[in-house]
Design a protein around this ligand. Structure first.
Ligand SMILES: [Zn+2]
Ligand SMILES: [Zn+2]
Length: 377
């Protein structure tokens, strides 16, 4: 309150604030995110949505970014992509994955397979994404989800469950293209409906199922929003959908601050290839929409002529946590959705638990046989 009467204090406070802000901007502009307090590297912290120093817990505000923009898609648009600045690429000699790191970071391990056989590449790191969906699940949180997931796996060894919180996990962004499009199509469909008839006489009297066939045609239209196509070498489309997809509508414009402390995979499939994949996905959705119009028991064929217009795309990085660990000389991998914590993957099955189940099933069968022999034979 007193400050209001003393312009000097306000002035000096403003100066301190200004200086702080300048320092913050300097940190963010420099692309080397160093802690203003201790000089160590800052990484993106999903919990506070700020940059955080791992050593002294200092938090630094992020630079404000807009939402990721939809860009018009047409052939050759990929040539207009800009080069990815402020990152360097590394390649895993073991699994071949090419990932990006903030320029100042060094990687000890491949985020996908855990191998330490890594080389830095001199080539340009590829094209810069126009959007990024930052991690929402932190490293601590993902271990809670992982533990819970393992708990539900009754065949997983006790030892593994016990050590779940110690399993190493790596945060990595994978490349995804999303497409919006208006689809207009025409189609013809041949479908059948079953009916039963009674045939024969006397002893031969019986019912038979027959099919009545229909031919129809029509028009269909549908707007697709953010059809997600993986452009990754390490994650396939099936895995992407198993992960439950990503809320790409909430993506921010790309900024290096979000990958600080993580790595990001370079895209492996081109924009045009990915659009062809999107068309396959959208065509199959349209086909299902057509079929659902008819109360058919069987569909012979659906011929479609779909045209896709007003196509826009986003090239977005989405976050996943990768667990890769050795258990009794075998490597296992699990991945978690960095937005929802959903986990999919393989886990070692305890031979002890499996043999216990085999024995238990065997015992039930033996008992059944014994009862059968004793009472029914
Ligand atoms: Zn610090
Ligand atoms: Zn690897």
């Amino acid at each position: 309150m007193e400050n209001q009467n003393n312009p000097n204090i306000i002035d000096s406070e403003n100066k301190v604030q200004e200086a702080q802000q300048e320092k913050q901007e300097e940190i963010l502009e420099s692309k080397i995110y160093k802690c203003p307090n201790c000089g160590n590297f800052l990484s993106y912290d999903p919990k506070s949505n700020k940059l955080k120093c791992e050593y002294c817990d200092t938090l630094v505000e992020l630079q404000a970014v807009e939402d990721a923009k939809e860009l018009p898609y047409h052939q050759n648009v990929e040539n207009q992509f800009i080069a990815w600045q402020g990152v360097k690429s590394i390649r895993c000699r073991s699994c071949g994955a090419v990932t990006m790191l903030s320029q100042y970071e060094t990687a000890a391990k491949c985020p996908f397979c855990g191998a330490s056989n890594i080389v830095e590449l001199d080539e340009i790191p590829g094209l810069q994404p126009n959007g990024i969906l930052p991690f929402r699940i932190s490293k601590e949180d993902v271990h809670v989800y992982y533990k819970k997931w393992l708990k539900g796996k009754h065949l997983a060894p006790f030892k593994l469950k016990k050590e779940a919180s110690k399993q190493p996990s790596q945060g990595v962004y994978i490349p995804v293209f999303t497409f919006d499009s208006m689809c207009n199509g025409t189609y013809t469909i041949r479908y059948g409906k079953h009916y039963t008839v009674t045939v024969g006489t006397g002893k031969n009297r019986r019912t038979e199922t027959r099919t009545r066939w229909y031919l129809d045609s029509g028009v269909i239209s549908n707007f697709f929003n953010d059809v997600q196509v993986e452009a990754s070498k390490s994650i396939d489309q099936k895995t992407l959908s198993k992960l439950g997809g990503f809320d790409t509508d909430n993506a921010s414009s790309y900024h290096n601050q979000f990958i600080s402390g993580y790595s990001a995979e370079r895209y492996d499939r081109s924009l045009d290839e990915s659009f062809s994949d999107a068309v396959v996905i959208m065509d199959s959705v349209i086909k299902q929409m057509i079929i659902s119009r008819y109360n058919a028991d069987v569909v012979d064929y659906v011929n479609m002529n779909n045209s896709y217009n007003d196509i826009t795309y986003k090239y977005i990085l989405v976050p996943i946590w990768v667990f890769s660990y050795k258990y009794q000389k075998k490597t296992y991998g699990c991945i978690a959705n960095g937005r929802t914590g959903k986990i999919i993957g393989k886990y070692p099955k305890s031979p002890f638990k499996i043999s216990a189940i085999v024995l238990a099933v065997g015992a039930v069968v033996a008992l059944a046989v014994w009862i059968y022999i004793k009472y029914f034979m």
